[in-house]
Ligand binder design. Structure first.
Ligand SMILES: Nc1ncnc2c1ncn2[C@@H]1O[C@H](COP(=O)(O)OP(=O)(O)OP(=O)(O)O)[C@@H](O)[C@H]1O
Length: 364
């Protein structure tokens, strides 16, 4: 169990490539933190600096308040699980899990107890005598997990550990990993580029872009209260719909206008524009915050382009000024292509962004 603190942590490769820049983060004891972002945003670099596998260019890493920035990896008491199941092919599952415990010169009976407990925890208790080649990918990754758990590290670091698994197993392992975390309560940093994996597992998500943190928040915070256009577009499937709108002020009323419709700002939404003096903004509306044929005031009428049934819901696409807008609607009533629909927005969920900085407009 441990807390982790990163202070202005930076890594420069060569003269000018910053793999990570000024990363500041406080991780609480028992927390499950997910580093999320597109390829090359600095997730792995940051994780490897925490593990001690990458030299730090600037800044500090603190575990339980102790500065470990220059401590060798093996002394840090952290366990790392990688995308490729790094298990010893010539050792049985039992020996794989026991390996690090033997190095610690633990008693045989203690090792046996830990190996069996941990194997049970990750659901491979019946495979202890097998060799890795006799296991499926998911089982092999469980061995890697078991090995990491067995040494009771202060910190768990996982770099895309589910990426090599097929889609269905991935989703199942998410739930299992979360359940394991609930039992072990080990402080965990988990790296992924998959936003739904991040949403389903994290206590808090650290969204990264170009080596920097762009937002830290609970899954609900990054989803409903996205800091900028990048986060609002990266998190959620289908992604947020973005519309460029002109701001028209007319006889004390304010409208957002695009070639297809006018949207009158109510008293609830007006405060977002109080300190905003530009004449355009970007409006973001999540697909489930758009309603079809509801009692709400219709914002515009449109023809359905295509419908994608999903069983639990349907995704209705319309074309708006040459761009596709996606709407998540309940499964019934069914809609069909070319059908005319009335579209309205859930005011409480509409997001406004600065047209230049792309940052979210907020109420002071
Ligand atoms: N050894 C290296 N030498 C030079 N540049 C590097 C090196 N390792 C990483 N980088 C660069 O640092 C940046 C961050 O890389 P990093 O591997 O941390 O990204 P990532 O978010 O983990 O990406 P992915 O999801 O693809 O693994 C990238 O621009 C990458 O090209």
């Amino acid at each position: 169990m441990a807390t982790l603190e990163l202070i202005n942590l930076s890594k420069r490769y060569g003269k000018s490539v910053w793999g990570a820049k000024d990363v500041n983060l406080k991780v609480n004891d028992k927390e499950f933190i997910v580093f999320l972002g597109p390829s090359g945003c600095g997730k792995t670099t940051t994780l490897r600096m925490i593990a001690g596998l990458e030299e730090v260019t600037e800044g500090k890493v603190l575990i339980d308040g102790e500065d470990i920035t220059d401590m060798p990896p093996r002394k840090r008491n952290v366990s790392m699980v990688f995308q490729s199941y790094a298990v010893w092919p010539h050792m049985t599952v039992y020996d794989n899990i026991a390996f690090a415990l033997k190095l610690k010169k633990m008693e045989k009976s203690t090792i046996d107890k830990i190996v069996r407990e941990v194997a049970e925890l990750v659901n491979i208790g019946e495979y202890l005598e097998r060799f890795p080649r006799q296991l499926s990918g998911g089982q092999r990754q469980r061995v890697a997990l078991a090995r990491a758990i067995a040494v009771k590290p202060k910190l768990f670091l996982m770099d895309e550990p589910l990426s090599n698994l097929d889609a269905k197993l991935r989703v199942r392992m998410r739930t299992e990993l979360k359940a394991i975390h609930h039992k072990t309560e080990a402080t965990t940093i988990f790296v992924t580029h998959d936003q739904s994996e991040a949403m389903s597992m994290a206590d808090r998500i650290v969204v990264m872009k170009d080596g920097k943190i762009v937002q830290i928040g609970t899954p609900d915070e990054v989803y409903f209260d996205s800091a900028n256009i990048f986060v609002a577009g990266f998190i959620g499937t289908p992604p947020t719909n973005f519309l460029e709108m002109e701001i028209h002020r007319d006889k004390g009323e304010t409208f957002l206008v695009n070639p297809l419709f006018r949207f009158k700002l109510t008293d609830k939404l007006l405060p977002y524009l109080k300190n905003y003096n530009k004449d355009k903004l970007i409006m973001g509306v999540r697909p489930e915050s758009i309603q079809i044929n509801s009692d709400n005031e219709t914002v515009f009428k449109e023809k359905v382009l295509v419908v994608e049934p999903q069983g639990s819901h349907q995704i209705v696409a319309v074309e708006l000024n040459g761009k596709i807008m996606k709407i998540v609607a309940p499964s019934f009533p069914k809609y069909s292509p070319d059908e005319n629909i009335d579209i309205s927005f859930d005011e409480k969920r509409v997001m406004f962004f600065d047209i230049e900085t792309e940052e979210r407009l907020r109420i002071d």
